[in-house]
Design a binder for this molecule. Sequence first.
Ligand SMILES: [Zn+2]
Length: 228
Amino acid sequence: MKIGPVILFGPPGAGKGTQAKRIADKFGIPQISTGDLLRENVEKGTELGQNARQIMQRGELVPDRMVCDMVAERLKGGDCERGFILDGFPRTVTQAVWLDNYLVENTVFDNANGTRAAFVLRFVVEYNALLQRLTGRRTCPTCGRIYNVHTQPPRVAEVCDLDGSRLVTRKDDQEEVIAERLKAYEAQTLPLVEYYHKRNRLLEINGDRPVDVVTAEALRAIEHGNSL
Ligand SMILES: [Zn+2]
């Protein structure tokens, strides 16, 4: 079955990473994360990677053009022909427009219906629920294991199962820092949500339910989205 391009949106804590992996496994299509691509290019020392590294070392954002080039390079892989999941891309409307054009220009990306439009799934979790999930994270300072007081608690409260160390809340997991991250995410994503919504290619999924229920709905949506 041809799946075509699938884009996942979801704030930190919405479970997007877990869902991406499950969708990729179910359909046997690759999951492409621009964060991973960037790291790979830097590690392999490709021309793109070297340029990107210099930019990041100056503390600047890697420009749209370079990110798009990296994605284009990755999509040439034969494993992308039946479909692929994009995670962390597009991040700007410029990137979204580029992707739409790229897919139209490249015949290998025809999905089951002969269209080449990316389909977007947006995992939505209410702000307070996200905040609760994210502030529940605890880390073991000794072995680095991560717990969540709500979803993955240690056997004894605030104590690591493996080595008995007292768990800590990392700075990144404190409420003010998380609130800032969530706000920044919303501000960044809103224009993209509007872009895909206007084109009837955005489907929202309530992510505030058991993981399996969310997965089942995501899989149905992708199959259905492909038969529209
Ligand atoms: Zn530990």
